[in-house]
Ligand binder design. Structure first.
Ligand code: NAD
Length: 297
């Protein structure tokens, strides 16, 4: 029978454990604090930011909610990030993407102090991850790592195919899977938009992570029996009745082949949100030099 991996349940477990961690920090006089900076009028981004604030509230993380007019100068955003970098009460800084076209995303990510970069996108944190000594693992691949562990999916010696080479999902996911440790030790193939014979590669895989942003592009015919399928995609498509969310995997046919599969919604998404909380609590504990045990670390 196919194991439908329940990301909502695993994320709820992680949040529950984080409440204990936050309480331990509170006993030591530390309140973890996350600052979000939103510089666009995109309703989806606004929803993401407000969900992150709600999650923080649930586990006892304080928040700062900073909104900047999208027409503001890049320098104004840098000033805000500088203030947050210098603010000892702030442990984590998240600048919500996308940014307006006149702002260089890479410059902004470089501007956040690496110790507060809870997204894990600063070049120093990317380098540490690649070198096998991560400070903050990016939230989506980190969440997937926890889901695989919870579902007892063996990565050691497995052939893993990651479809997508983005900096936020594909590349860090591949890096985590190839690390020399118990949640890694996989042999990893990274596929992308210029990959030839994608189906041949996915059919040879024990684990397929689909993160291409193309609705339902991986179907059962591209998979071998017994595969584990992780669907990262979140795509809104039009239907006769309005619109609906689908992943990058054609769920029905893929589930027939898979021994385990993540649904959309309810798979990877809730874990991405939970791992932002995880990183923020870790940042607060490390800044204050308080030794706490984070869930499943
Ligand atoms: P991206 O657009 O930055 O990268 C997509 C990658 O897929 C690219 O590297 C591209 O080369 C590759 N690709 C595109 N078409 C392909 C094809 N036909 N065959 C093979 N590879 C192809 O996207 P991203 O930010 O990595 O996000 C990927 C998907 O995951 C999106 O649907 C996004 O919404 C979703 N996402 C979900 C979460 C979550 O928490 N569930 C988090 C981040 C992103």
């Amino acid at each position: 029978m196919t194991n439908i991996i329940d990301g909502e349940a695993v994320a709820a477990d992680i949040r529950k454990s984080l409440i204990d961690c936050v309480s331990q920090l509170g006993d030591a006089g530390v309140t973890p604090t996350l600052a979000t900076v939103l510089m666009n009028n995109d309703p989806a981004s606004q929803t993401y930011v407000s969900m992150k604030h709600g999650d923080c509230e649930e586990v006892g993380i304080e928040t700062r909610d900073i909104k900047l007019d999208p027409d503001s100068k890049e320098a104004e955003l840098f000033d805000i990030v500088d203030e947050l970098n210098a603010d000892e009460a702030v442990d984590g800084i998240l600048v919500q993407m996308p940014l307006p076209s006149h702002v260089d995303e890479r410059d902004v990510l470089r501007h956040i102090t690496p110790e507060k970069d809870v997204d894990g996108f600063h070049p120093e944190n990317v380098g540490r991850l690649v070198a096998g000594n991560p400070r903050f693992k990016p939230c989506t691949p980190h969440g997937i790592q926890k889901l695989l562990a919870d579902a007892a999916v063996e990565t050691e010696g497995a052939d893993a195919v990651v479809v997508g080479r983005s900096n936020i999902v594909g590349k860090p996911m591949a890096n985590l899977l190839m690390q020399k440790n118990g949640t890694g030790n996989a042999t990893v193939t990274i596929c992308h938009s210029r990959t030839d014979s994608l189906a041949e590669k996915t059919r040879a895989a024990d684990i397929v992570i689909a993160a291409a942003g193309v609705p339902e592009m991986v179907d059962g015919s591209m998979l071998s029996p017994g595969v584990t399928v992780v669907d990262v995609g979140i795509n809104r498509i039009e239907t006769e009745d309005g619109s609906t969310l689908v992943g990058d995997v054609e769920y029905e046919s893929a589930a027939k082949k898979a021994q385990a599969i993540t649904p959309v919604p309810g798979g990877v998404g809730p874990m991405t949100r939970a791992m932002l909380l995880w990183n923020t609590v870790k940042a607060a504990a490390e800044t204050a030099s308080i030794d706490i045990t984070l869930p499943w670390s």
